[in-house]
Design a protein around this ligand. Structure first.
Ligand SMILES: *Cc1c(COP(=O)(O)O)cnc(C)c1O
Length: 222
């Protein structure tokens, strides 16, 4: 495994996907370091990666403690149990998996400053996936809007593992459309300007559909 070479390859493929999509705005690459220890994560940081993502609280805290002097942007990308919010939330720059009103209320209680959060949406309706169903949002948003320790920056989604190119295209396009509609509502504490979608196997399709944060693990560490 040559982390530096992998970094160069991933970043140039992301740039290529942006060009193919004729996009002139930007996309942030989050390096998901859950497969590796602190040493490999640090190698990636030395190679120029500035955004680190972890899906579990214990591993997030391990990397954060070891690398907090490195001027990184920290992403918690996986589901978060309410009882663990207090351990981690104030170290998180972006939380990607807000999937219940109760969790939002717990963040409101524990955060010492506004935390940037993505609402996770389950567009495919797959039962094993976390996230709000799109049709739930009208009821949910008013309950979250007044929580001033959460800034809802956008939507996050995950496509089913076995999704075809066609299905990926549909899921990411639908998420983009929903984000655009929510942004237009100009809700309090909810700019909805961002889209967190795309992993190693599907980030090109996600970028073609407006993703502004791709969460990439495997491609950096093989
Ligand atoms: C692991 C993980 C990723 C990265 O997946 P790869 O296929 O390894 O790129 C992205 N998002 C979440 C929520 C993850 O848990």
């Amino acid at each position: 495994m040559n982390v530096k070479e992998n970094k160069e390859r991933v970043f140039s493929q992301v740039a290529h996907a942006m060009e193919q999509a004729s996009r002139t705005d930007s996309v942030q690459v989050i390096a998901v370091t859950k497969y590796v220890g602190v040493d490999q994560a640090l190698a990636l940081v030395r190679a120029g990666v500035g955004h680190i993502g972890e899906n579990r609280v214990d591993k997030f805290l391990e990397k954060y403690q070891a690398l907090k002097e490195e001027r990184l942007t920290w992403h918690l990308i996986g589901s978060l149990q309410r009882r663990k919010v207090k351990d981690v939330i104030n170290f998180v720059d972006y939380f990607h998996a807000l999937d219940s009103v109760k969790l939002a209320q717990e963040i409101q209680k524990r955060a010492t400053h506004p935390i940037k959060c993505f609402l996770q949406v389950n567009i495919s309706g797959e039962e094993s996936k976390h996230g709000f169903a799109p049709e739930e949002l009208d009821a949910v948003l008013p309950e979250i809007e007044n929580l001033d320790k959460l800034q809802i920056v956008g939507l996050m989604t995950m496509a089913p593992f076995e999704a075809s190119q066609d299905e990926l295209q549909k899921i990411f396009a639908a998420t983009h459309q929903l984000q655009t509609e929510l942004q237009k509502k100009q809700l309090k504490n909810m700019p909805f300007t961002e889209l967190s979608m795309g992993m190693s196997r599907d980030y090109d399709v996600a970028i073609a559909n407006g993703s502004t944060f791709v969460r990439i693990g495997t491609s950096f560490f093989k």
